[in-house]
Design a protein around this ligand. Structure first.
Ligand SMILES: *Cc1c(COP(=O)(O)O)cnc(C)c1O
Length: 402
């Protein structure tokens, strides 16, 4: 059984950390890598570092992520945040297709993705946004199909839903959109690094994803974007920074986009954060995505089995798909008292889950460091909290952000 737990910093072995899909644990190699880059490169090589590997990092780490998501070298770039990359690609797609003025997404998509679409109206006042399905439910393919027609420039979805854990079939949905001439932008934030993603085989158009969840890149790690090779020269980033210029160090006054994926860079890349991200990506490549997915399916299947047996009698429901082929790496349970229960778990049971309004207790397992025994122990602790009514002394409404 896949076990990379000792490659991560685990200072409290009793802590059940079930939030690796929000912030992955820290790889031991990341600390060593950051020490090396600060002391040996920044400290000693100073500005010479740019010519000694720093400039290549966004592409080099991008190509490694590319191996994980079925992309060719030169199709993935590490840059900016997921939100900024979404903006760049949404804008570029709309600009390239002026005859189409509609974007389709689903209500289950991540809030930042929704807000960025709404903000595009500042630049494209006639943009129509069609939102399919319900926030807390799986989205039906039939509803998506019904929303697709000739005016749709882009369909954008999370490959795995952050709340429900619904897993879309990239190839089938992409083919469905291509039938009406729409492009598809996949947000891989909850799928890359935990399950196989085959962008190339699906002929996917565009994608983005996050560096700090299953890739274990650290808080605020840089994100990545994917643009299929044959689309790269048709698309122009809306942020005309000098790093996306074709010869930034000529310092010319007028902008010409770089050829290839580099045109989606904006400014100077964050070298320390890029360096911290690479060891997490390397760990996933070393473990192999098929082995990671196999263990992930075992974990989530066992969790659902135990939740039905041990937690349902205490008012819990399973809100994620029961078919593992339709489910990502996390499982959301619902309970009317999910928020007080979350507080009791963190404060009294040494278990860190996620609360997702209105009533979701989200349990994210990262197969690199979470174990099957932790599934049993998590269910035991959750049951104990509810059975002993330990949660009843906690507030039922949230005062501030957590
Ligand atoms: C985590 C996540 C993001 C995060 O975006 P940031 O710009 O990194 O804050 C975006 N989309 C999805 C689907 C996510 O899960």
């Amino acid at each position: 059984m896949l076990d990379f737990r000792d490659r991560f910093v685990v200072d409290d072995p009793n802590l059940l950390y079930l939030d690796g899909n929000s912030l992955g644990r820290m790889p031991k190699a990341a600390a060593e890598r950051v020490r090396q880059v600060t002391e040996e490169q920044w400290g000693s090589r100073l500005v010479r570092g740019w010519g000694e590997g720093w400039l290549d990092l966004p592409r080099r780490v991008g190509d490694k992520i590319g191996q994980m998501i079925g992309a060719e070298p030169g199709e993935v770039l590490v840059a900016d945040s997921t939100s900024v990359n979404l903006y760049k690609l949404f804008f570029a797609a709309l600009s390239a297709r002026p005859e189409r003025r509609r974007i389709v997404t689903d209500a289950a998509n991540f809030p930042s993705d929704q807000y960025l679409l709404q903000g595009l109206r500042l630049s494209f006042p006639d943009l129509e946004i069609l939102r399919v399905g319900q926030e807390t439910e799986v989205t039906s393919l039939e509803d998506l199909r019904a929303a697709l027609e000739d005016s749709v420039a882009l369909l954008t979805l999370s490959h795995v839903g952050f709340r429900t854990s619904q897993l879309f079939d990239i190839a089938a949905v992409t083919a469905m959109a291509h039938e009406v001439g729409a492009w598809v932008l996949w947000d891989l934030s909850h799928s890359a690094g935990i399950l196989p993603v085959e962008l190339g085989a699906a002929n996917a158009d565009l994608a983005v994803g996050c560096g700090y969840k299953y890739l274990n890149g650290g808080p605020g790690a840089p994100a990545y974007l994917y643009v299929r090779r044959d689309l790269q020269e048709q698309l122009v980033s809306p942020i005309w920074g000098w790093f996306g210029q074709h010869r930034p160090f000529d310092f010319a006054l007028d902008y010409t986009p770089a050829t290839g994926i580099d045109r989606f860079m904006a400014g100077t890349p964050p070298i320390l954060s890029l360096a911290a991200l690479e060891p997490g990506v390397d760990l996933i490549l070393e473990a192999g995505i098929d082995a990671i997915r196999a263990k992930s399916v075992q974990i989530t299947s066992r969790l659902i089995h135990l939740a039905d047996r041990e937690l349902a009698p205490f008012g819990f429901d399973v809100a994620s798909p029961r078919d593992p082929g339709l489910r990502g790496g996390h499982v959301t349970l619902t309970h009317p008292a999910a928020w007080p229960i979350t507080q009791a778990l963190v404060k009294e049971a040494n278990l860190i889950p996620d609360f997702r309004p209105p009533n979701g207790l989200r349990l994210g397992f990262s197969p690199l460091y979470n174990t099957l025994e932790e599934v049993d122990e998590a269910v035991r602790r959750i049951r104990e909290v509810v059975k002993s009514r330990a949660h009843e002394k906690y507030p039922t409404h949230r005062a501030s952000v957590t």
